[in-house]
Design a protein around this ligand. Structure first.
Ligand code: SF4
Ligand code: SF4
Length: 270
């Protein structure tokens, strides 16, 4: 069943007509990585300490939950390359991927819920739960009742980074998502040394390339300032580019492109 579900996620992303740059066959999002974690994994309790007591457990979102299915949708090379030359604000291709790629990601969440229900299981997407809430001012900054990246970590798909991103085998430039189901699946092993080990800064104190890529100084050796980042991502960038690009949001992603972790775990580039 794990294989069948992974194949369905990959098929959906490959075939979705919205997963194409305008007037092009180039997809926004490449073949997904897929992982599974047990709903009863202690790590979801740990997240209540690490993120905040408001972070929900899988069975608070879906009574009888057995598995959290997580995926990474790697951003296509053409989109990443377009953003590499940018130094202040994101490229048009990046902005289109932020909006239309995320629409495809949302369609995948909904499709997978229906697909699982169609096979006789229960399922839900935390992102679309009435219990999903975002909090602006927590001890860890802006946070929500469900973190897709923490679900991806639980499912063995990567580790966190200095820039507050999530570095997978296909790098840090991606969209990610999850659904919860009562279908019991085998968990994907977490093989990383620790929750930060894919980032060179945490691995051996080197790199820090993302620090200089950020146009507003939101990243330092001390970490990522979510508030400063958001001012650019949800303020300055859309104010400057939304009309030009025809997108309500633009993202930014400068710290996710032209960096060693853009499309791989960078440890071999030590
Ligand atoms: S650019 Fe370097 S320091 Fe920044 S997240 Fe990537 S590996 Fe870590
Ligand atoms: S997304 Fe943009 S503003 Fe935010 S940390 Fe990365 S480079 Fe800086």
């Amino acid at each position: 069943m794990e294989e069948l579900l992974s194949r369905e996620i990959k098929r959906f992303i490959r075939a979705h007509p919205g997963n194409r740059l305008p007037d092009s066959d180039t997809p926004y999002l490449d073949e997904p990585l897929v992982g599974f974690s047990l709903a009863e994994d202690r790590i979801f309790h740990d997240y209540r300490q690490i993120i905040g007591s408001f972070h929900l457990l899988p069975d608070e979102l879906l009574p009888g939950a057995a598995t959290v299915v997580s995926w990474i949708l790697p951003i296509n090379r053409a989109v990443r390359v377009s953003n590499r030359s940018r130094t202040e604000l994101p490229s048009r291709e990046w902005a289109l991927t932020r909006v239309h790629g995320e629409t495809v990601n949302g369609a995948l969440r909904r499709h997978l819920v229906k697909w699982l229900i169609g096979k006789g299981h229960t399922a839900m997407a935390p992102q679309y739960s009435p219990l999903w809430k975002e909090f602006g001012d927590t001890p860890v900054g802006i946070a929500s009742t469900w973190s897709e990246r923490h679900a991806a970590y639980a499912a063995g798909l990567g580790t966190f980074s200095l820039s507050d991103g999530f570095i997978t085998q296909r790098g840090i430039a991606h969209r990610c998502g999850s659904v919860i189901t009562n279908l019991k699946l085998s968990p994907t092993p977490r093989t990383s040394l620790n929750h930060l080990s894919n980032c060179l800064h945490y691995h051996d104190g080197s790199c820090g390339t993302c620090i200089n890529r950020c146009p507003v100084g939101a990243i330092s050796r001390d970490g990522h300032n979510k508030t400063v980042c958001r001012e650019l991502v949800y303020g300055t960038a859309p104010a400057a580019l939304s009309e030009l690009y025809g997108t309500p949001q633009t993202g930014c992603g400068l710290c996710q492109t032209k960096v060693p972790c853009e499309a791989q775990v960078p440890l071999h580039r030590k």
